[in-house]
Design a protein around this ligand. Sequence first.
Ligand SMILES: [Zn+2]
Length: 76
Amino acid sequence: MKGKITKEYLGREGLRSIVKVSNICTICEKEYAAQNIYTSMYCPECAAEVKKEKTRLRVAKYRAKKLTEENKIEGL
Ligand SMILES: [Zn+2]
């Protein structure tokens, strides 16, 4: 699922038309402009939080696995 992308026509600059492309964050629903607008679903703040959360989950999973392995050894 991708965020809602809005395009706002701002005018012309010579032959180029100036279009402001903005995206709506799927978490905080705030409008933001990002460079990788077509691949990003979150505003920079939320993206940082999501990244942190993913790292936290990975670490938690790793710890849980390690703990299970330790328990197995103790069980012998
Ligand atoms: Zn956000």
